[in-house]
Design a protein around this ligand. Structure first.
Ligand code: GDP
Length: 538
């Protein structure tokens, strides 16, 4: 049994990620959440942190050049008696495998929407991913200090496009130059907007009661219209319901301006009170509860050291149950091997630091010397594996062209590492020595080219290649691997389809289909075989 202190610590965890379309204000909001969490003294430090990283690695120059964030990290801060874990996700539209995987490691999400733009393409995609696990979502409608769309229209759009019901918690009083404040529907309180509070965790003046004399004086000519509007909102929109929110069917909505710190505290205090703590998770064997006394966890991300001088990588593990203490032994289920963990990292605020303990809901950074892959499970000895960590079928393919053929070895080493990190997928055709890369977004190729040059001094270019899609090939009957007849079929297929076959990073057989029609015909011709979009984790 876990002791009471540990149980309390686990219940206190709030592990979440921010989802948004690029430019909606995710970075700014992150910065403000850290500021209110007391993690940083002055807003601007998140940007400062980014800048410091740029200085340590040229790779980051690519981010700077494109104004994107390719890396992601974990930030932990205490707030109102809870411990918040914010998992940052890369913001660029094109580079999304990491983001999707990060969403498997959270218990809830925060959706940021630009009040002038409403629901955008990336928001829709991310919402679909959240929906796979019914992740509860809170919504922050940002940039209230600018002229935006009618708030009712915005909620309408969220409900229609994202198919989730909206329960407004705060409501704007004006917008843009006319912005006077927000009205808190649950507290019946006005928070008065002041631009001057920019950059500091300023406290705002409030007025209790929309019907009060003070409110009437403050709202002036707007008073009657505002009261009507609030009445309309209360009548037309559902009230906040914790069960509906936790089931992922209703999103509480907040309005504010991240850049002026406005409306953020109201969001944060509701978030720590209502957002779910660590949730139960499915494995190949059984469901794992967070309060179990034995530690379990899975790796959702691997990241290269920011400093190219250090070649080790960090594997980010979400703890799903129990407690980590320094020096404990963990069982690497895939390799069936015990390892002692004495130097795991946690992520208090933006500084990585050594830690003595961590709890379900927290993220641990494990030093990885090539033995940990994305999707790996760690336990204290039990043989189970967490499921549902997506492995994406690449949609784009390029042939690697090496400028200096003598650098082949370095290229292979670099690509092996980038594969492990999930930055790209490598396919080696059986018929020649080509190296084909697969990715979900175009930007992944740019990142790979940049990092090969930066970290391995390998100059590579990428050519178009005639591959429509990749399918991992398995015998249909799982017991069939040992079945001689099945093996013969597989052998026959290898010979017949030789021209289109390749091995992936792990040595698994992959069919590279030149066209959709070719893929269909091949599937029909080989009914004994399974053509899967993803590689088996086990
Ligand atoms: P991200 O791409 O979602 O991380 O967005 P950023 O936080 O980098 O913000 C994108 C741009 O919007 C930046 O120029 C921010 O200064 C600006 N921005 C963010 N929040 C606000 C806000 O509340 N009001 C206004 N006017 N601009 C904002």
């Amino acid at each position: 049994m876990l002791d009471d202190v540990s149980i309390g610590n686990i219940r206190k965890r709030r592990t979440f990620a921010i989802i948004s379309h690029p430019d909606a204000g995710k970075t700014t909001l992150t910065e403000k959440l850290l500021l209110f969490g007391g993690a940083i003294q002055l807003a601007g430090s998140v940007k400062g942190r980014k800048a410091a990283r740029h200085a340590t690695s040229d790779w980051m120059a690519l981010e700077q050049q494109r104004g994107i964030s390719v890396t992601s990290s974990v930030m932990q801060f205490p707030y109102d008696g809870r411990m918040v874990n914010l998992l940052d996700t890369p913001g660029h539209e094109d580079f999304s495998e990491d983001t999707y995987r990060t969403l498997t490691a959270v218990d809830s999400a925060l959706m940021v929407i630009d009040c002038a733009k409403g629901v955008e393409a990336r928001t829709i995609k991310l919402m679909e991913v959240c929906r796979l696990r019914d992740t509860p979502i809170m919504t922050f409608i940002n940039k209230l200090d600018r002229e935006g769309r009618d708030p009712m229209d915005l909620l309408d759009e969220i409900e229609k496009v994202l198919r989730i019901s909206c329960a407004p918690i705060t409501w704007p009083i004006g917008m843009g130059r006319e912005l006077q404040g927000i009205y808190h529907l649950l507290e019946d309180r006005i928070y008065i907007y002041q631009e001057a509070a920019k950059g500091r965790a300023g406290t705002y003046a409030t007025i209790d009661g929309l019907e009060s004399d003070a409110a009437r004086d403050f709202l002036g000519l707007r008073a009657a219209a505002m009261r009507d509007e609030v009445e309309l909102v209360r009548g037309a929109m559902p009230e906040f319901c914790a069960q509906e929110y936790l089931a992922g069917r209703q999103t509480p909505v907040f309005f504010g301006s991240a850049i002026s710190n406005f409306g953020v505290t109201e969001l944060l205090s509701m978030f720590v009170r209502q957002a779910p703590g660590p949730q139960a998770r499915e494995t190949t064997v059984r469901s794992v509860e967070p309060l179990e006394d034995k530690l379990t966890g899975f790796v959702f991300k691997i990241q290269a050291n920011m400093d190219p001088g250090h070649r080790d990588r960090i594997a980010f593990m979400r703890i799903c149950s129990g407690r980590y203490v320094k020096g404990m032994r963990l069982f690497h289920v895939r390799l069936r091997k015990e390892m002692r963990v004495s130097d795991a990292l946690t992520f208090l605020a933006s500084d990585r630091q050594h830690t003595d303990e961590a709890y379900a809901g927290d993220i641990l950074g494990l030093h990885n010397h090539g033995t940990i892959n994305i999707g790996d499970t760690f336990t204290e000895g039990e043989s189970l594996m967490f499921t549902g960590i997506p492995n994406f079928a690449p949609e784009l393919f390029r042939r690697t062209v090496l400028r200096d053929p003598l650098r082949m070895k370095a290229l292979q080493k670099g690509l092996d590492q980038l594969c492990e990190e999930g930055a790209t997928q490598v396919f080696r055709p059986l018929r020649n020595n080509d190296v084909i890369l697969g990715a979900v977004g175009q930007l992944q190729f740019d990142v790979v080219a940049f990092r090969l040059q930066d970290e391995y001094s390998v100059q590579a270019a990428f050519d178009n290649v005639n591959v429509f899609t990749a399918r991992w090939v398995y015998l249909k009957d799982t017991g069939g691997a040992k079945d001689a007849k099945g093996q013969k079929k597989l052998e026959e297929f290898r010979n017949k389809a030789y021209e289109n076959l390749a091995l992936d990073h792990s040595g698994a057989l992959v069919y590279l289909a030149p066209t959709r029609v070719n893929l269909q015909l091949t599937i029909e011709r080989w009914p004994e075989l399974d053509f899967r979009e993803t590689r088996e984790q086990l």
